[in-house]
Design a protein around this ligand. Structure first.
Ligand SMILES: *Cc1c(COP(=O)(O)O)cnc(C)c1O
Length: 355
């Protein structure tokens, strides 16, 4: 399949003030798109001007949420060059999500190359201020105009790009976490490991309740026992206990985060032990009270690392340190991973690809 590049008649002005970028509010001039039909496979791949899609109101994705997405970033480095971070991992996860949602896989090499070409064409949109990046959002949706509950025979797969601002404008400050005893995000056998929109729709109610009570994020417990840590918001969770990093195992209910994997590799590089194991709510409170737990943080593409200052469960609250300052180890991991992404620290793992 070849990739057509269509003319761009009306380029938009670039955002003038990079401090006002925020997250996912503006999109670049172009998008990648390709179409799928059973029997025909993927076809009509092209890079075209960014714009609305025209969908039949009966379109399957609009009713039954047969949909997947990905999120990764391109970084502007100090020498002006642009780099992708572990993009191959995101494409492979896209295909794993596709398989779970009965959607067609994409050709890994072709799709990666399409992403590279799109980012190269939109290179001017990669912001330059510290901490900013170009967020890349691959998406696949079911396109059949049919109300029967059945995997679609036609799909659209597209990639859009959004320049995003620095996540930590007000400093690397810890967040307050609400542990939900009422809502769950995913259960064994469900779709928790797939990056699919329905998981997010299901999470909104708990997020709104947490927000209205003054918390920043929801920590999800396992659906069966309502006792063991799964993940937090749209991030994987790590705890520093007895000088080791403890994180939930991948059992099919949480996202296999690329940032999680990267952080665990860096932890290993530092000679610190990683324990992938179940961690109960009681252990969180006990380990904070006894001083065994010294730090906790979330990991994900958007924030990279997000320090946690406080946990609340029912009527119990526990604070790490003074709750206002990120721990030294959390900080070191954040500095190291962002250093690799922005090309300030050498990339020993081969995660970064210059475009
Ligand atoms: C995307 C996502 C993550 C983080 O994955 P990264 O690859 O590190 O960005 C964690 N949890 C959920 C639910 C997610 O959707």
């Amino acid at each position: 399949m070849d990739l057509k590049i269509l003319p761009l008649p009306n380029p938009k002005p670039r955002p003038a003030d990079e401090s006002q970028l925020g997250f996912g509010k503006q999109f670049t001039d172009r998008m990648f798109i390709m179409e799928y039909a059973t029997g025909k496979g993927w076809h009509s791949a092209r890079i075209q001007p960014y714009g609305p899609l025209s969908l039949d109101p009966a379109c399957a994705v609009l009713h039954y949420a047969q949909e997947i997405f990905e999120g990764l970033k391109a970084f502007r480095r100090d020498d002006g060059s642009i780099a992708l971070f572990r993009a191959g991992d995101n494409v492979r996860r896209f295909n794993r999500s596709a398989a779970r949602m009965c959607m067609p896989e994409v050709d890994e090499g072709f799709f990666l190359d399409a992403i590279r070409q799109l980012v190269r064409l939109e290179a001017d949109w990669v912001p330059r201020s510290p901490g900013t990046a170009l967020y890349i959002r691959p998406t696949m949706i079911a396109a059949d105009p049919y109300l029967g509950v059945h995997p679609s025979d036609t799909y659209l797969c597209y990639v859009i790009l959004s320049p995003v601002g620095a996540y930590y404008k007000g400093g690397f400050s810890p967040v307050r976490i609400w542990i939900s005893d009422e809502y769950v995000r995913a259960s064994l056998g469900g779709t928790g490991e797939a990056k699919t929109g329905g998981n997010y729709a299901a999470s909104l109610k708990a997020s709104m309740e947490a927000e209205s009570r003054g918390f920043d994020q929801v920590l999800w417990l396992d659906a069966e026992h309502r006792n063991y840590v799964e993940e937090v918001g749209s991030m994987n969770m790590c705890f520093v206990i007895d000088g080791k990093v403890v994180t939930s195992p991948l059992r099919g209910t949480i996202l296999d985060g690329v940032t999680r994997r990267s952080i665990l590799a860096l932890v290993n590089d530092l000679g610190v032990e990683v324990e992938e194991r179940a961690l109960s709510v009681d252990e969180i409170f006990e380990a904070i009270a006894s001083g065994r737990m010294t730090e906790a943080f979330g990991t994900g593409t958007a924030a990279v690392v997000s320090p946690v200052g406080q946990f609340t469960y029912r009527d119990r609250t526990a604070t790490l340190g003074d709750g206002r300052q990120a721990g030294a180890f959390t900080m070191k991991l954040y500095e190291t991973l962002t250093g690799i992404q922005y090309g300030r620290i050498s990339d020993r793992h081969g995660w970064v690809e210059a475009l």
